[in-house]
Design a protein around this ligand. Structure first.
Ligand SMILES: NC(=O)c1ccc[n+]([C@@H]2O[C@H](COP(=O)([O-])OP(=O)(O)OC[C@H]3O[C@@H](n4cnc5c(N)ncnc54)[C@H](OP(=O)(O)O)[C@@H]3O)[C@@H](O)[C@H]2O)c1
Length: 254
């Protein structure tokens, strides 16, 4: 039973790992002993995060733009040139657009669907050789897709493409899970509620209080909450969990 909850020595890749929720996930993975690659468009942010997180382990910046299939394939090729195997892929990079229904744009539809849904499929496809190389009956490889509470229930914002992308991502995770289960690769989605980030700015105490009051657990999310859940899904303890959508929102969707 020793090592049941450990991810020590595993190799991980976190998209959008330079900031926000992705950085929270990377922080926990690095501290728990996973050699962790972080992907994003902004080299300076990635380098700064990689340098800071490397004080507790190994964190490597891997710049790239995942908004196109070609961009994702380029990231996968760079990764493959450095690592033969990938134990944990966290598809976290995402964006949100909201606008009143009458002025909602095609660009606001396409950009969100492309990054939050299409790129997840094609990056996972491009990294399958490395995931397969890591996966065995003794130790599964894990794909974790970061969905949203907004894919479980409709919130106050008019973010139609985001709602559609996240609900589809949850459902697609099940499709990938079913196909890849026999190859010892699990695929699960996490549906976060409020976590502080550029997407969910919490720059004033009143905002934190207002958000916390909407959550039965009476607080917003922390790095331990999201990073701990991802680490668990990559550990031996979660080998039999696949195709799940795990709400991580302090009971907000209840
Ligand atoms: N925060 C929340 O409360 C919350 C709630 C539910 C779900 N989520 C989900 O959690 C995930 C992370 O969100 P967040 O709140 O952390 O947002 P964020 O603060 O805006 O971070 C997004 C990250 O993705 C990267 N990124 C954006 N576009 C990219 C692209 N084209 N290629 C590569 N990387 C790209 C960004 O880096 P660069 O800009 O440098 O590329 C950044 O590191 C998203 O999928 C979001 O939908 C968040």
């Amino acid at each position: 039973m020793s090592g049941l909850l450990s991810i020590d020595g595993k190799t991980a890749l976190v998209t959008g790992g330079g900031s926000g929720i992705g950085r929270m996930i990377a922080e926990v993975l690095v501290a728990q002993g996973a050699r962790t690659y972080i992907v994003g468009r902004t080299r300076a942010t990635l380098d700064a995060t990689a340098a800071e997180l490397s004080s507790s382990g190994t964190c490597i910046a891997l710049p790239g733009d995942l908004s196109t299939v070609e961009g994702g394939r380029a990231v996968a090729a760079t990764f493959a040139a450095m690592e033969p195997r990938l134990d944990l892929l966290v598809n976290n990079a995402g964006s949100m657009y909201d606008a009143p229904i009458d002025s909602f744009t095609e660009e606001g539809w396409d950009s969100v669907i492309d990054l939050n849904l299409k790129s997840v499929f094609f990056l996972t496809q491009a990294l399958l050789p490395q995931l397969r190389a890591a996966a065995s009956a003794q130790a599964h490889a894990a794909v974790v897709n970061i969905g949203s509470i907004g894919g479980l229930r409709i919130g106050p914002k008019e973010n139609y493409s985001y709602q559609a992308a996240k609900a589809a991502l949850h459902h697609m995770s099940g499709g990938l899970a079913k196909r890849l289960a026999a190859e010892h690769i699990t695929v699960n989605a996490i549906a976060p509620g409020f976590f502080p980030s550029a997407l969910t700015p919490v720059d004033k105490p009143e905002i934190v209080e207002m958000m916390s009051n909407m959550v039965p657990r009476k607080r917003i999310g922390t790095p331990e909450d999201i990073g701990g859940t991802v680490a668990f899904l990559a550990s031996r303890a979660a080998s039999f969990i696949t195709g799940a959508v795990i709400p991580l929102e302090g009971g907000m969707a209840l």
